[in-house]
Structure formats: structure tokens, C-alpha cells
Design a protein around this ligand. Structure first.
Ligand code: HEM
Length: 373
């Protein structure tokens, strides 16, 4: 354990390195656990991150935030409240909830793709961004007529650098009213297990956890296609390849790069270091996913590699609730985009990235769609 290596972590947070933090992760992995100047413990190898993700001595509670007076969502809670709320949130969905959404998803992706004209378009603003919003609206029961309003709240409340409290409040208020419309929120309310505040907090969590993450997965996938158009041809020629392709994007360029909201409840020995009780801990999922001890040639993007579980969705009790939906959205997006992007030119490479080092992804992917249309 060294603090010198820990200072590399501040370079990871620096926006100038946002387009490619991976060489910095390689440096960080030299020490499985390093400490930053302000005492944060940063964990970077696959084995150490995998060991800590399910460890009950790491708490997710208490770290953040007063979200407009709501109780913390289950992402930010420990058992028993975490388990109770997560179980209740799953209950109305049923085992086929994602498969049930597929026809709608295919139709939405087709509509958005149909609007991409052979000129300059932005694959983020015109495709990757609206698709997950429309899907989550369909899931929660937001009527089509309200979607534009909903989108403005999301823009102002969730994707702005400085979240707009007013927009968050309006969103929470709207969610609370949605209990009357057919959809997940009405089913959750009918179930009766959650208080009204817990219901709104859960709905906000589904929205927040599921939105920008999925935008980034679709955008990161599109970026691979734009840089290496041969993948477009393969995706068109080999139905089913999109499944392995999405898994490899999740491993190679995960939308959630790190988990920053864990606190040690006890002294925790890991990889030759002891993380002291009370320390803030950051788990570097993106560094773990490129650990050569786990993945051969980890920097190589290779959907044909022997499948091995990655950590893009976390692990343990907080394992991503929406992983099947996120996967399907990205797979459908790829199937839809591959023939379109085969003849496209990326106008700016590297593209401009969003500011966040945690939820990392391109802010824009401006492309010229041309000859092979
Ligand atoms: C949790 C990643 C999409 C809902 C998580 C966690 C990760 C993650 C890493 C674990 C957090 C932790 O351990 O503290 C992703 C990625 C996505 C994605 C990479 C897209 C590519 C979604 C979607 C939804 C969703 C579409 C909802 C529809 C959630 C929820 C949790 C969660 C509710 C909290 C689970 C818990 O605390 O028990 N996600 N997610 N996510 N995700 Fe996702």
C-alpha cells in the first residue's frame, strides 16, 4: 500500500484524462489497495474488488444525500431495509418483465433510427439518450403525452453538473402522482409494502440508476462500431453476436467505472493491507475489469474471448437490479445501429466526454452518415 500510487487516483478524476483513464488504472493495479492524500482507500485489482463487493463489513448507508427530503433509496441502504425494499420492488415485475418489454424496445429503437437522416447526427442526443428514457417511461407508466416534461426534468435534475433541486422536487411530486396510472408504480402502491415516501424514492432510484448508465453503455458500444466499422459488418452477418459484444463493452469500458459510496464498518484485511474501520472505500470496477491476472490481453476489445464474468454490474446484495434490462437495451440498440453506422464517419475522435469520472461516457458522438446508407 502506498500513497504515491494513491496520487494517481487524482489523475483519474481529472477531466483531461477522461477519454482514456485505462493507463492510469494499470498504474493503480500495481498496488491492489492504495490510499489517496485525503485518506480514501482505492481498490483496483479483480480479486480484491471481487472480495470486497459482497463483504457485509462494507456499508453503503449513510454516505449520501438528502434527495429532496426522501428516505435513502435501497442502493444507499444496508440490510435489513435494503433487502426489504429491493424484494418489494421486484415483486410486481414478474419473471418476464424484460422479455415483455422487448417488442416495445425494438419498436422504439426503430423509430429513433428512422429519424436519423443521412447527414450529421449525434448518436448520443438522437439515439442513446432518448431510448432509455422512453423505456423507463414505459416501465413506470409515464403516459406518452408527459414524456417531453419528463425529459426536461431529467435533463435538469439528473444530467446537469449541478443538479437542479426544483426539477428534482417536481420529478418526485410527479412520481408520487403516477401511482394512479397503469404501470410499475401503481402496482407497487397496490402491493402496499412500501410507504409513499419509499415508493417515490424507489421510483427515483430506478430512474437515476437506469438512465445515464444505459446511455453510456449504448454510446460506448456505438463508439466501438464507429472506430472499427468491421464490427458493424460482423454484427449484421452474425445474429446473436450482439450479446457477446455488449458483454465485452461492459468489461472493456464499463459505464459505472467505480463505486465511491462504501464505508468500512470494521478493520478489513484485504490483499496484504488492512482497511481501517471508518475509512471511505472506492472500488474501481473499470480497473478490475482490465486486470491481466483475470483476463488475457485485457486491453484488447475481443467479443470472441472465452466468457468470464466481469464486474460492470457490481456483485453481492447490490448487484444491479436492472442488468437484464440494460443488456437488452444495448443489444437491441446495437442490432439497430450496426447497419446504419457501417457507413458513418465519427467527426471528433476522441469525442467529448461527460465530466463525471464515475458514470463515464461520451457526451456527444457526432457522425456523418453517408455512402452505404
Ligand atoms: C445497482 C451498474 C442499468 C437499476 C447497480 C450497481 C452497478 C450498476 C455497478 C451496483 C451499485 C453498488 O454496488 O453500490 C449499471 C450499469 C447499467 C445499469 C452499468 C447499464 C449499463 C440499470 C438499469 C436499472 C438499474 C436499466 C433500472 C431499471 C439499479 C438499481 C441498483 C443498481 C435499482 C441498486 C441495487 C441495490 O442496491 O440492491 N447498477 N446499472 N441499473 N442498478 Fe444498475
Amino acid at each position: 500500500m502506498t500513497t504515491a500510487v494513491g496520487s494517481v487516483f487524482s489523475a483519474v478524476l481529472d477531466p483531461v484524462n477522461r477519454h482514456d483513464p485505462y493507463p492510469l488504472f494499470t498504474s493503480l493495479r500495481r498496488e491492489p489497495v492504495s490510499v489517496t492524500a485525503d485518506g480514501r482507500y482505492v481498490v483496483s485489482t479483480f480479486d480484491a474488488v471481487s472480495a470486497l463487493l459482497p463483504d457485509p463489513r462494507l456499508s453503503s448507508a449513510g454516505a449520501v444525500t438528502d434527495l429532496v427530503g426522501l428516505p435513502p433509496s435501497f442502493l444507499m441502504q444496508d440490510p435489513p431495509d435494503h433487502d426489504r425494499l429491493r424484494r418489494l420492488a421486484y415483486r410486481p415485475l414478474g419473471p418476464h418483465w424484460v422479455a415483455d418489454l422487448e417488442p416495445k424496445l425494438v419498436a422504439l429503437a426503430g423509430e429513433l433510427a428512422g429519424d436519423l437522416r443521412p447527414s450529421t447526427v449525434d448518436i448520443v442526443d438522437d439515439f442513446a439518450y432518448p431510448l432509455p428514457i422512453r423505456v423507463i417511461c414505459a416501465l413506470l407508466g409515464v403516459p406518452l403525452a408527459d414524456e417531453p416534461r419528463f425529459r426536461v426534468w431529467i435533463d435538469r435534475a439528473l444530467t446537469a453538473v449541478q443538479p437542479d433541486r426544483g426539477a428534482l422536487e417536481e420529478l418526485a411530486e410527479y412520481m408520487s402522482e403516477l401511482r394512479a396510472a397503469p404501470g410499475l408504480l401503481r402496482d407497487l402502491a397496490a402491493d402496499g409494502g412500501m410507504s409513499r415516501a419509499e415508493l417515490v424514492s424507489t421510483a427515483m432510484l430506478l430512474l437515476i440508476a437506469g438512465h445515464e448508465t444505459t446511455v453510456n453503455l449504448i454510446a460506448n458500444s456505438a463508439l466501438v462500431l464507429l472506430r472499427r466499422p468491421l464490427w458493424c459488418d460482423r454484427l449484421v452477418a452474425e445474429p446473436g453476436l450482439e450479446i457477446r459484444f455488449v458483454e465485452e463493452v461492459l468489461r472493456h469500458d464499463p459505464p459505472v467505472q467505480m463505486l465511491t459510496w462504501r464505508t468500512a464498518l470494521d478493520d478489513i484485511p484485504v490483499a496484504g493491507t488492512t482497511i481501517p474501520r471508518g475509512a471511505s472505500v472506492t472500488l474501481l470496477l473499470a480497473a478490475a475489469n482490465r486486470d491481466p491476472a483475470r483476463f488475457a490481453h485485457p486491453d484488447r476489445f475481443d467479443p470472441d474471448r472465452r466468457p468470464a464474468p466481469h464486474l460492470a454490474f457490481g456483485a453481492g446484495i447490490h448487484y444491479c437490479f436492472g442488468a437484464p434490462l440494460a443488456r437488452l437495451e444495448a443489444q437491441v440498440a446495437l442490432r439497430t445501429l450496426a447497419p446504419i453506422l457501417a457507413g458513418a464517419r465519427l467527426l471528433e475522435d476522441p469525442p467529448e466526454y461527460r465530466l463525471s469520472a464515475v458514470l463515464r461516457g461520451p457526451r456527444h458522438l457526432r457522425v456523418a452518415l453517408d455512402h452505404r446508407q
